[in-house]
Design a protein around this ligand. Structure first.
Ligand SMILES: [Zn+2]
Length: 307
């Protein structure tokens, strides 16, 4: 069954300034590669539907949401912190990004699509219940996972995160929800230095030192993620798909290539086939070299789509 590809042109209107690495060019680079290689026409494309206030407030406090609405400027840019800023179009894009994750969940749980990829921005995994940070405003993957847990067919969810940065927001939201297993690989020590030392049975952290070889990443997934995921028996798997651990990425110091992302996606699709009828919702997080990002997403989608 065809893989869903969910995006929205308005996700490119969110703009934190010409020098900012989390730029609209990222989504354009992904689309360019998928169109040039012909992969796009093999995917079922959907335009994202915005998340509702109620859906966003499953993961975030009302104060968080209304605080962002107050911060959003009518013109220019407002800096929520040193690297996270709102322009007049930010919350529209963030609401579409969160909505894409929900739409992907519905498509996969209904059986209309086996799996789905959300090509969206702003990213989400640093957004905590009450805090926007690290280019993130609403936690897209968490909002999708909480939507999944409201469906009668879903008892347990897994979220796996291979972004080079630790997904502190996702851990903040699910740290006391044992039905949600959160598995992460991330460069350590490194940004964001929040929650990475937490001890919980449902939080599996695999820190990787700077400049470590891809073999260490692969061992973490095979030896640590895989048994934990098999024991958890999720009804659906969410991927916080950040591609900034790529060797060409300017943001960090891990050395993965497209082949590692292809391998990791294969491991996860094989597992999903065993435990949950292949149900995967993958949501874009980081990836700041647009060329490397495009090729990495291509590799990821070729496996999801069964090429
Ligand atoms: Zn990242």
């Amino acid at each position: 069954m065809t893989t869903a590809f969910i995006s929205h042109a308005d996700c490119c209107l969110h703009n934190m300034g010409p020098e900012h690495p989390e730029s609209p060019l990222r989504l354009l680079a992904i689309r360019k590669v998928l169109e040039r290689t012909g992969l796009m026409q093999e995917l079922a494309e959907y335009s994202a539907i915005p998340a509702s206030t109620l859906q966003i407030e499953q993961a975030h406090s009302r104060q968080h949401r209304t605080g962002l609405e107050r911060q959003q400027p009518e013109a220019g840019i407002f800096h929520a912190d040193d690297d996270t800023a709102l322009c007049p179009y930010t919350l529209n894009a963030a609401t579409l990004a969160a909505g894409a994750s929900i739409q992907a969940t519905d498509l996969v749980l209904s059986g209309a699509r086996t799996n789905a990829f959300c090509s969206i921005r702003p990213p989400g995994h640093h957004a905590e219940q009450n805090l926007a940070m690290g280019f993130c405003f609403y936690n897209n993957v968490a909002i999708g996972a909480l939507h999944a847990l409201q469906q009668p067919s879903v008892q347990r969810v897994a979220i796996v995160d291979f972004d080079v940065h630790y997904g502190n927001g996702t851990v903040d939201i699910f740290k006391d929800r044992p039905e949600v297993l959160v598995c992460s690989t991330f460069q350590h020590p490194y940004y964001p230095e929040r929650y990475q030392d937490i001890q919980r049975d449902n939080i599996l952290n695999c820190p990787l030192p700077a400049y470590s070889k891809p073999a260490l990443f692969r061992h973490a997934l095979e030896d640590r993620w895989l048994p934990a995921l098999q024991a958890h028996k999720p009804d659906i798997i969410f991927i916080s798909a950040g591609f900034d651990a790529h060797q060409e990425d300017p943001m960090a110091d891990l050395e993965l290539t497209e082949d590692d992302y292809r391998w990791a996606t294969q491991l996860l699709t094989d597992l999903a086939r065993q435990c949950c009828n292949g149900r995967i919702v993958s949501v874009l997080e980081g990836g700041y070299n647009p060329v490397a990002l495009g090729f990495s997403v291509q590799a990821h989608l070729e496996v999801l789509a069964g090429y």
